[in-house]
Ligand binder design. Structure first.
Ligand SMILES: O=C(O)c1cc(=O)[nH]c(=O)n1[C@@H]1O[C@H](COP(=O)(O)O)[C@@H](O)[C@H]1O
Length: 270
């Protein structure tokens, strides 16, 4: 079998000395004007972003929402191949899951990428086809970074557990192939800490720093399991360069490098 995802990720983190996930949320309306003349503007943009950031990227995380149209899928496919050509794993942020028969189709997305985000709301059978892909990473939404994350995820069950705690416990149980991680937002540092205590061995994907104002120190302190995990920034990296000309990529490269350095200060003090 191919090398397991979290082993590949550990290697990549070591090579780059970085836990930065660069989010490719390549919003067409924010891509510099001159790239709109290209056949696939999102691909042209991503190629330049990858060239500028790959040394600092533990992974790329394209969010499927920014690619779900005919040109978008083409741009995404080119982007994935290009990232792989630079030896960077790709985590597709798709937040999928459905009845088993449908998830079997969704799970084919994993033929193209190294890992995926999935939604646990429909329960185990809705995730099984993802979980069965032992060589691929499956990041289960646990405590999300958005303000409404508390609406359902913080509810207390009869057992006294919160819903997100039950999700973490189930994810641990479902981790038969050592391929499960959790998504826990940096905007909820207390929950980050308590979930880390609950499931010490699961790597987290921690979004919500940068544009959403989450806690980068807590993201590092609690996001990593044995040094492995990811801290994502999307807009804070890819749209960091104010310049609407070719300089935008340099701004993204600088932002990725700065974020890596900042996170590494917290890694070093662990
Ligand atoms: O699954 C995710 O990655 C995710 C989960 C979550 O709780 N919050 C969250 O922001 N995300 C994603 O992480 C990215 C955050 O983008 P920025 O706020 O621009 O850094 C977006 O692609 C979100 O969809």
């Amino acid at each position: 079998m191919a090398q397991a995802f979290f082993e590949r990720l550990a290697d990549r983190i070591q090579q780059t000395d970085s836990v930065v996930s660069v989010g490719l949320d390549s919003d067409l309306s924010r891509i510099p004007d001159h790239l709109h003349e290209k056949d696939l503007p999102r691909w042209a943009f991503n190629r330049r972003i990858i060239d500028a950031t790959h040394e600092h990227a533990a992974c790329y995380k394209p969010n499927a929402a920014f690619y779900e149209d005919a040109d978008g899928w083409r741009a995404l496919r080119e982007t994935i191949a290009y990232a792989h050509g630079k030896d960077v794993p790709v985590l597709l942020d798709a937040k999928r899951a459905d009845i088993g028969n449908t998830t079997r189709q969704y799970a084919k997305l994993l033929d193209e990428v190294d890992a995926i985000t999935v939604n646990p709301y429909m329960g185990r059978d809705s995730l099984q086809p993802f979980l069965d892909r032992g060589d691929k990473g499956v990041f289960i939404l646990c405590r999300t970074s958005n303000p409404g994350g508390e609406d359902l995820q913080d509810l207390e069950l009869d057992s006294g557990e919160r819903v997100y705690e039950r999700v973490a416990a189930l994810a641990d149980l479902w981790n038969r192939n050592d391929n499960v991680g959790l998504v826990v937002g940096a905007t909820a540092p207390d929950e980050l800490e308590s979930i880390r205590e609950q499931v010490p061995d699961l790597p987290f994907l921690v979004p919500g720093i940068g544009a959403q104002g989450g806690d980068a120190e807590a993201a590092v302190e609690f996001g990593l399991a044995d040094g492995v995990g990811l801290v994502n920034s999307s807009r804070g990296i890819i749209f960091a360069g104010e310049d609407n000309g070719e300089e935008f990529a340099r701004g993204a490269g600088d932002a990725a490098r700065r974020l890596k350095k900042r996170l590494n200060q917290y890694r070093d003090s662990q």
